[in-house]
Design a protein around this ligand. Structure first.
Ligand code: SAH
Length: 371
């Protein structure tokens, strides 16, 4: 059956061709194409952020977010010996966090001079955007699409809402065996659809046919790209020293079932509808992230919430300063509501988690109760 012309976007057409040629694809392959296809991927050619975009992130909500992370970085840089260091941001979006970080730390003696800044982003569009925004803010800012060929320097790495954009695979243990959730074309409706592929691994002897329904709660997720990147960062920090701060939408403890979701114009969107037109994410399994770093030799903090983290590194005080500095009532209000959105449990305060890692287990990373 040939698809009628014009019905599907170019990217959906490419995905369908691949499925027809090679069979159903993994959720990771689907996510990878929907977000990262070099021509039509969601991140590749647009600015997805803000009121007129699809979603809003913490640095876009309130400047205090980037400013506090700046203070965190400066403190950790001092603890690591105030040496020349690479400051790297993964998935910097519009460059807002880095702008706020650099502005807030410009008076920290010797800090900017010691830094070589590396912005890692897969999106050529967002790299250009960041270049324009950060122009003139620091003499040594480099851009790259991935983690290859990093300079031989101690590494201070930060990332907000980066790991949740990496492709995941989904599995389910059923009575009849292990299955992987794949994306196929429904032969009846001709729509993209999820299927549970029998991996041929029997968990119970004499198990029957693979027709039973798999519920969302049974799904187990894994993120090979996250492990790969975390291991790469850890090896660099092992060799040269360093620390990292990772903030993301995610959970502690065991798998929470199916967390794959798509967002378009600030609302949920069917994951398989119009690939490339909506953001697709999965919640970050923070225990898995922490274990990956630990296995590669780093010390990790306990996993805390964004609300607790920002409060413990001086959020309220920073808010007080900024509110006192401005005379405009409107701006005071904006700062208060913005900060509230970052820390309040009703908004981002508890859904977002924070993990710190360090090459030296002896030392205290600010913002975490246990280190
Ligand atoms: N940190 C920003 C943006 C978060 S959106 C903020 O908080 O506003 C995710 C960012 O990660 C985007 O900039 C996107 O282009 C980038 N990204 C997604 N997948 C990536 C990958 N595999 N490698 C590098 N960057 C990636």
């Amino acid at each position: 059956m040939s698809d009628p012309v014009c019905t599907f976007s170019a990217l959906e057409q490419i995905i369908r061709e691949r499925i027809k040629a090679r069979g159903a694809i993994t959720v990771a392959e689907y996510m990878d194409m929907a977000l990262g296809h070099e021509q039509y991927g969601y991140y590749m050619n647009r600015d997805p952020f803000g009121e007129h975009g699809d979603f809003t992130t913490a640095p876009e909500i309130c400047q205090i977010f980037g400013e506090l992370i700046g203070a965190w970085c400066a403190a950790v840089w001092q603890s690591l010996g105030s040496r020349p260091m690479m400051l790297m941001e993964l998935g910097g979006g519009r460059g807002t966090l880095m702008t706020d970080l650099l502005r807030a730390t410009r008076h920290v003696h010797g800090f900017h001079e010691a830094l070589t800044i590396v912005m890692v982003d897969a999106s050529p569009f967002l790299r250009r955007f960041q270049r324009a925004v950060l122009h003139g803010m620091h003499p040594r800012i480099h851009w790259q699409a991935n983690l290859e060929a990093l300079p031989d320097l101690p590494l201070l790495c930060i990332a907000n809402e980066f790991f949740d954009a990496l492709p995941i695979r989904q599995y389910a243990k059923t009575l009849t065996g292990l299955r992987e959730r794949l994306v196929a074309i429904d032969p009846h409706t001709n729509e993209l659809t999820f299927v549970m592929h029998d991996m041929g691994i029997k968990l119970v002897k004499g198990g029957g046919h693979s027709t039973e329904t798999v519920h969302d709660s049974q799904i187990i997720e894994s993120c090979p790209a996250m492990r790969h990147i975390a291991t790469h960062l850890a090896h660099h920090m092992q060799r040269h020293g360093g620390a990292g701060l990772f903030i993301d939408y995610g959970y502690r403890g065991e798998s929470r079932g199916n967390t794959l979701q798509a967002i378009k114009t600030h609302g949920f969107w069917p994951v398989l509808k119009s690939p490339g037109e909506a953001d697709i994410t999965a919640h970050v399994a923070f225990d898995d992230l922490a274990h990956t770093f630990e296995e590669a030799g780093l010390a990790s903090t306990s996993i805390t919430t964004q609300g607790a983290f920002l409060q413990s590194i001086g959020g309220v005080m920073r808010l007080g300063h900024l509110v006192a500095e401005t005379h405009k009532e409107e701006q005071k209000k904006q700062l208060r509501t913005g900060f509230e959105r970052l820390v309040s449990p009703q908004y981002m305060g508890e859904l977002f988690k924070v993990l710190g890692v360090c090459s030296n287990g002896q030392f205290h990373l600010p913002g975490f109760a246990d280190t």
